[in-house]
Design a protein around this ligand. Sequence first.
Ligand code: KG4
Ligand code: ZN
Length: 355
Amino acid sequence: MYSPVLEKKENPIILGIESSCDETAAAVICGRKVLSNEIASSADIQALYGGVVPEIASRAHTDAIAKVVEKAVQNAGITYDEIDAVAVTYGAGLLGALLVGVSFAKAFAFALNKPLIAVNHIRGHLAAAYLCENSLQPPFITLLASGGHTAVLHTKSEAEFEILGATLDDAVGEAFDKVARVLGLKYPGGPNIERLAKDGEAVIPMPKMLKGGGGYNFSYSGLKTAVINYCHTKEQKGETYDKADVAASFQSAALDVLVEKTVSAAKEKGVTCVTAGGGVVANGYLRQALQTACQKEGLTLVLPERRFCTDNAAMIAAEGLVQYSLGNVADMTLNAKASIPLSATLSTPQNPIKK
Ligand code: KG4
Ligand code: ZN
């Protein structure tokens, strides 16, 4: 019979499993310490198609998951029995891809009689900062910048946050990927734009409309269209243009506004700590700009290491730890969900922590 117990431990050992897109990942943490972090990616195959093909992602997850989990446990230097809980991404993402991770985690938890924790992928990105600073505690302002989300949040406690602003249209990572395609760069576009931008200068005027929309909201479709139109017009006229300058101009226009709004949110809310998460936070220009702006305003910046910004399972285990400390567990009815709101946590305190 499946009757796991969530024990009250200060530094539980949590196995995290992530399979929402094209990365099959597993990691083990002990408290906030990362013991192992394994990733198998199908990005190279996906690059042949210019983006993620869901069916290819699902098959790649199926092939990789058992090996990746086994490696994560081995490299952590623990036995299966020492695991205190299994945390898995249940949404949002590609349904077929998510199902592989959720089914594996359920079977694994069932076989070992371990508590199962359902993790919202995006809350995993937000929790990545906890892995980098052991003493980090809310309140803080978080910049979330990924392929699907762009938002500024006020995290008030581990369980409660307020979305101060979000994108009104495209996410910033999505804009990077689309602009990259127009510049003839391979998927995933973000890192390739960053590389190309290093050889260019931000000299091409970009629309200022990003600052519109009021408050802490963002808009990226105008910027994306402006860059695409610039390139197409030049090509139609048979004129040459410097792709590196386009990359640098787009990059600064897309990222400066994130820094500006994050810092002003911290000042307005009287919060002295800033964190960030999501794939775009791996960008060196953004990291430097955040450092400079926070230093200037006397704010403490906690930036997850690059490997914890792009999709990984350590961040899923980190959010698992948050849910563990709240006593939130899932049961064997857990299912994958392609779309869930940023605020969603599936778990309810069905199995309170044993005192
Ligand atoms: O957070 P993430 O790994 O997946 C989602 O949950 O969406 O984010 C992926 C996004 C992609 O759009 C990718 O192009 C972007 O993050 N990205 C970057 C960089 N590395 C990844 N964007 C800009 N600069 C980078 N270095
Ligand atoms: Zn992600």
